[in-house]
Design a protein. Structure first.
Length: 399
């Protein structure tokens, strides 16, 4: 019970009671005072006082009861709900060829999405211009003023120093190393900005609202032109000592070129990425597929030549993935990125080749979020910060 602290002043108790009631309303969606009394263990007058404070602060409002059409004797009971639309969060997926923004309310419901395809920004200022333009478009679509943003999350390729909001290394994206994305973006908004590796955000999104909802220990492999991975252990993101956990694209294969390639790709992603798949399809006589997406789609449709390309790529990926799987022992491996176009052909190939190399093969699934994954993970990152700071308003630290 939030009332039961000893030696605390009345103001401390009021804040604690407000936090308890706010938590209960958010958990329930809508609730009557009687239900809040049961949920919090507080007295009815205490709950009513907390509700009044939360309503005055703009976080709670009265709404219609779900059973409003049913006959009722006497005065209707107050039904309260959390004002999820009191503030918003913004998630941004920044890549060398696209900017994807999503706006969500404080319940995590996405209310606006905008994707903008861009050419590579030659300068940091050019990149920021693209981001700002996409931000304005996605906010205007709701509309939401930038002053209503509680937090911003941003995903980017490369190794990220999340404390600084900076890209430390991004070999496959020329010009992005030492990119201070956080400080650049903070010039445009009046709220905290959090920067994280894009694949780390994608695995957070899958755990939150995708294929990974039932797994505490999982790996996401994001496989397209680049290959990266992210790891959740006991439901928590594992970044590693230098933020480089999951950089599976830089695993070396014995017969392949070693080290970082001239195009910035690692050995494994050079050997299995979509550029390699298209070249391999061409070498097998496929002159009709205009791009790797067509090869992957043909594999999903059962084309023998395309299936061979996918199977060879899966054999190579399994060699890099096997030691990773053995070290982590995940419940689930999710495959995301462009290769998901091949559908079951990708899952079947990885499963078959991984079975030859790993002692235990985890469950394999395709991503359910596709191109939305990074932006949704950025929304989740921003939402976690907004929730924490909202509760901090009504929480007094223990001395």
């Amino acid at each position: 019970m939030a009332q039961s602290g000893h030696g605390s002043g009345p103001q401390v108790l009021r804040l604690m009671n407000c936090a308890a009631v706010l938590d209960a309303i958010r958990d329930a969606g809508t609730a009557r005072v009687t239900e809040l009394v049961r949920a919090t263990g507080l007295s009815r007058p205490t709950v009513s006082a907390a509700v009044s404070t939360l309503m005055a602060d703009g976080w709670v409002e009265e709404t219609e009861a779900p059973d409003i059409d049913l006959p009722r004797m006497g005065r209707p009971a107050r039904v309260l709900r959390f004002r999820a639309d009191a503030r918003y969060v913004l998630g941004i997926d920044v890549g060398p060829h696209k900017i994807y923004c999503a706006v969500a309310d404080l319940s995590g419901t996405v209310v606006s999405r905008v994707r903008r395809d861009v050419t590579e920004a030659s300068t940091q200022a050019g990149l920021l211009d693209h981001v700002q333009a996409t931000m304005r478009e996605v906010l205007d679509a709701v509309p939401v003023p930038s002053s209503a943003l509680a937090a911003v999350g941003l995903g980017t390729p490369g190794i990220v120093d999340e404390r600084r909001g900076a890209v430390v290394q991004a070999p496959s994206v020329p010009g992005w190393s030492s990119l201070e994305l956080g400080s650049l973006l903070r010039r445009s908004v009046e709220c905290p900005v959090h920067v994280e590796n894009d694949v780390n955000l994608a695995v957070m999104a899958e755990r939150w609202n995708g294929a990974g909802g039932d797994a505490d220990n999982l790996i996401l492999v994001q496989w397209g032109a680049r290959v990266g991975a992210a790891v959740l252990v006991q439901g928590q993101l594992h970044r590693g000592a230098h933020g480089a956990a999951g950089e599976i694209g830089f695993v070396e294969l014995e017969e392949e070129p070693q080290g970082v390639q001239a195009d910035g790709l690692g050995p494994l992603e050079s050997a299995v990425g979509t550029a390699w798949m298209l070249r391999r399809a061409r070498s097998l006589g496929d002159d009709e597929s205009p791009d790797a997406a067509a090869v992957l789609t043909a594999a999903a449709d059962g084309d023998p030549r395309a299936r061979r390309v996918v199977d060879e790529a899966c054999a190579r990926l399994a060699r890099g993935l096997a030691s990773f799987v053995s070290a982590i022992d995940p419940e689930l491996v999710i495959i995301g990125g462009g290769v998901a176009l091949a559908g079951d052909a990708i899952l079947d190939g990885i499963r078959r080749h991984l079975t030859r190399r790993a002692l235990v093969v985890p469950r394999l699934e395709l991503s359910r979020l596709g191109d939305d994954a990074v932006a949704l993970g950025a929304v989740r990152l921003a939402l976690a910060d907004a929730e924490r700071r909202l509760l901090d308003v009504y929480t007094v630290p223990t001395p």
